[in-house]
Design a protein. Structure first.
Length: 251
């Protein structure tokens, strides 16, 4: 009776051990397998992967794109303006064995590298470039991070500078500058309009001086426009040539 119990117990333990060796990996997962501490050359999965402990050991690695939110960094730009900048980094593991073997924690390492790179690159540009040339800065950050993380089997696909926080005094100065720029454009547009109007008036005066009847036609047109309006008082302009002839006749 005791031998049967021992046999059943042994079978149960064996079944539990065999059950524990079965690992099911999803489509986006890979298994980095070590045999007696040595890395097997290729990752396993997806599907069923048998790992016989303790001879073998497995580390799961996700191959999906990871969104890393870089916390706000204190940055002093090239023109000595202190700003806070945060960013978002999109990356994924391309080589699972290298991501486990080459770096202790690839998530933490990528996060720290992104923070230092953000401070280094943005500290070399002026504030105007940081605000207006953000797309070029994003590409530069992505290229630097991708080059540095390539040894870890990681591909950085995109870097986006998310927000730039300016000091209050700098915001007020930029608001004044923008207002002055708007006033400058308004004055230029107004002066250009005056110039064009004076040019057209000079051309009209030249035409009227050559064709006296043009003044008479303009006079009749003005009378027609006045007649259409609902005015209580109507002032009839008298042509200059009539006044001149009347003055000459009186003299």
């Amino acid at each position: 009776m005791d031998s049967n119990m021992v046999w059943l117990f042994g079978v149960a333990v064996l079944l539990l051990y065999l059950w524990g060796t079965i690992n099911i990996l999803k489509e986006y997962e890979r298994a980095v397998v070590f045999r007696l501490g040595r890395l097997l050359p290729e990752a396993k999965g997806p599907g069923i992967v048998l790992i016989f402990y303790p001879v073998y050991r497995m580390v799961r690695v996700s191959l999906r794109t990871i969104t890393l939110d870089v916390p706000p960094q204190d940055i002093i730009t090239r023109d000595n303006v202190s700003v806070k900048v945060n960013a978002i980094v999109y990356f994924r593991v391309m080589n699972a064995p290298r991501a486990i073997v080459e770096v202790e924690n690839y998530l933490y390492a990528t996060s720290q590298l992104a923070q230092t790179t953000l401070r280094s690159v943005l500290g070399e540009v002026e504030l105007d470039d940081l605000l207006s040339r953000r797309e070029k800065l994003n590409i530069k950050l992505q290229e630097i991070l991708d080059q540095q993380t390539d040894a870890w089997g990681i591909k950085v696909s995109l870097v986006e500078v998310k927000q730039v926080d300016l000091p209050q005094e700098m915001q007020r100065a930029m608001a004044k500058q923008a207002e002055a720029e708007r006033e400058k454009r308004a004055k230029i547009i107004h002066a250009d309009g005056e110039f064009q109007a004076s040019t057209k008036l000079a051309e009209a005066a030249a035409v009227i001086s050559k064709e006296p009847m043009a003044l008479q036609l303009r006079y009749l047109q003005t009378l027609a426009q006045i007649g259409v309006e609902n005015n209580t008082t109507v002032i009839f302009p008298i042509p200059i040539d009539i006044i001149q002839s009347w003055i000459k006749g009186k003299s």
